[in-house]
Design a binder for this molecule. Sequence first.
Ligand SMILES: NC(=O)C1=CN([C@@H]2O[C@H](COP(=O)(O)OP(=O)(O)OC[C@H]3O[C@@H](n4cnc5c(N)ncnc54)[C@H](O)[C@@H]3O)[C@@H](O)[C@H]2O)C=CC1
Ligand SMILES: CC(C)CC(=O)C(=O)O
Ligand SMILES: [Mg+2]
Length: 379
Amino acid sequence: MNTQPTTPKHKIAVLPGDGIGPEVTEQAIKVMDAVGERFDTVFEYCHADVGAIAIDRHGDPLPEETVEACLNADAVFFGAIGHPKYDNDPSAKVRPEQGLLRLRKALGLYANIRPVKTYDKVLHLSPLREDRVKGTDLVIFRELTSGIYFGEKGTAADGQSAFDTCSYQVEEIGRITHLAFQQAMLRRKKVTLVDKANVLETSRLWRKAVKEIAPQYPEVALDFMFVDNAAMQLIQYPTQFDVILTNNMFGDILSDEASVLTGSMGLLPSASVGLHTSMYEPIHGSYPQAAGQDIANPMAAILSAAMLVESLGLHEAANAIRVSVQYVLEKGIGTPELKPGMVYGCSQLGDLIAHLVAEPEDEILVREEKISQRLSTII
Ligand SMILES: NC(=O)C1=CN([C@@H]2O[C@H](COP(=O)(O)OP(=O)(O)OC[C@H]3O[C@@H](n4cnc5c(N)ncnc54)[C@H](O)[C@@H]3O)[C@@H](O)[C@H]2O)C=CC1
Ligand SMILES: CC(C)CC(=O)C(=O)O
Ligand SMILES: [Mg+2]
């Protein structure tokens, strides 16, 4: 009888999408393969189409086989979708974004978790004052399958008016609220509900529903902030936040804003979780201006891969990825949008981070040598 332990295998559905999506996804996969080798884990990938590429190939931004691939996987890695030919055509009936929204719904991904953390040694990457961003460590819990992005919408026949409806059910608010409070219990025990309860009925429902749940977590302090103020406070005094809980649209907007604290949209990862397979995706879009140029920052995608790996229980592997990304940034290595003088390409960074995660953390000196050796072969 063969008593050899078998190498664990994880099935990952990979949806590269459009624009820079395929480029950053390729780097994330490189890093996952490297970390898998080091920690004796195999990732088996099943590629599937979503977004504009899926419209081109299948006439549908979310073909049924893509949903099947996701439902049959242990986790989904998603790049980005979106193409200017649809962004510039308001009358387009089928749009890449519908693929993403439908996928979130099909997988029941009601919570999008977006961590925002600055590292002391790379505070200078932020365009904001270092003393303001120092110590930022917050996480946004964005409701992801309801609200105004999913409400009834339409345009009048004469083209003179249009509407989008925002509606929420108490149950939809409750399930993400529990996740946010559970996360707060593991952190600094503070939840800030961001809403517009001075104007919006749905926001008043959020306040009521969240207040009713809060007593189940007596150690967690709950406070409330209107979204316009929150947009300002996030830049002015970001360290006041621990867990931000908010609806779909406010979370979408505030998290792009929050990326400025760290220095780039290309640095923020996310996890979307809910009823079925979880999905890991950078917060950025398809950044079409950069597509095919090898200049997009792959770190958001690579850090999303770290969240994916973590979700599979591979904590050391996830940590190896995070440590390597941080190390590279600390060494002043990055894509051009981060700072003048950072001139590395998307694939160079993927190669470098894959190389770093492949071996155990060495002493700094050994790493220094490894970095310069590696750079000399990939530049
Ligand atoms: N999750 C998704 O797939 C998303 C898709 N979109 C779609 O993406 C397309 C472009 O939308 P935009 O509003 O321009 O948002 P975007 O996120 O693609 O880009 C906005 C800006 O962020 C910066 N940026 C984004 N990703 C970066 C990266 N990896 N490295 C360095 N800089 C980066 C660039 O300065 C870029 O101009 C649209 O079609 C939109 O619908 C937008 C947001 C999310
Ligand atoms: C299609 C959009 C809702 C995507 C987006 O901006 C996001 O999820 O951050
Ligand atoms: Mg967004």
